[in-house]
Design a protein around this ligand. Sequence first.
Ligand SMILES: Nc1ncnc2c1ncn2[C@@H]1O[C@H](COP(=O)(O)OP(=O)(O)OP(=O)(O)O)[C@@H](O)[C@H]1O
Ligand SMILES: [Mg+2]
Length: 352
Amino acid sequence: MTEREIFEVLAGVKHPGQGDQDIVSLGLVEEVTVEGQKVTVTLAFPHRPDALKNYIVGAVQAAIYRQAPPGTEVEVKTITRKAPEKQPELTLDAIREVSHIIGIASGKGGVGKSTVAVNLAIALARLGYRVGLADADVYGPSVPIMTGTEDYVPDMVKDEKGRDLMVPAEKYGVKWISIGYFSQPGQALIWRGPMACSALKQLILQVAWGPLDYLLVDMPPGTGDIHISLVSDIPMQGAVIVTTPQAVALADVEKGANMFRNPSIGRPIFGLVENMAWFTPEAHPDEKYYLFGQEGGLKMARALDIPLLGQIPLVQSIREGGDTGSPIALGTRPDALAFLDLASKLAESVNR
Ligand SMILES: Nc1ncnc2c1ncn2[C@@H]1O[C@H](COP(=O)(O)OP(=O)(O)OP(=O)(O)O)[C@@H](O)[C@H]1O
Ligand SMILES: [Mg+2]
């Protein structure tokens, strides 16, 4: 008999416990081999116990013996199909040893949120804190390029409960994780609501962070449902809001702040960072040009009743540092010191 003929025979064997469906359509037949006069049938039973297993094995043997020529030897093996691997539930275990989780948010895109987040992380590390940064911008991750880690491919490790955790990149004294480590450079990532939301949470909760003093979360631009869900599901202690000085941005900043401050979430805003507060030409580091007017950040902070944590100038080297993966906060220029100052003000505000 050929393997095909055996399959036809098996298609006549019914499973009485499954509405008399045949065992082939039920997917119980894993493999059939015929070698000379020896027929071997492997049946794969699902994970749950099947009371009729022995009955089926007998029925298979009998059906083949009935059809097969004399001298045929039939062996029926059984295996148990592995239960499909369940995606483990996200728990807070991986951030158990993280003291402060802080969202870096803005109301509007392009105000320099990622630039501030990356430099602030490095500055906190320079002050001696253990720091991690999760690039939660699943639509346009910028941390890999800003930190020169775009070639990093995360390893997976198991936690003590056997769940997979991503190993973050480590550079400049900071642990970095980004969805960018999981995609080809330049590849557009299309995430829809729930998917983006769970990817985001995984980027925070499925990472081998270990003990950290600060975990900064570079929030995706916008103030929609994803953000609210992220802030409420991750124990974020509060937020830093990044803005530029134009007064027109006030309404946006307020929206950003309200993601955290709304009554159902109720997390504090540690302060406002005014980015591009003034322009300083590379060749004249002592000059300040207030392109968008002076004290815009201060007025905004007052209007929102939050502290102004810091002012970062608009300087060419800040952009270059981001483009080349060597953030300005690593150096000793005045703009680097602005980030160190910001870091110590934040630490002060958080610990107050
Ligand atoms: N203080 C600064 N001086 C000079 N360039 C800056 C400064 N802050 C940000 N930039 C530049 O502005 C651009 C946008 O900054 P960044 O990507 O940090 O903004 P973002 O708010 O994170 O944007 P998105 O909303 O797209 O995430 C980058 O090219 C960055 O290098
Ligand atoms: Mg960004």
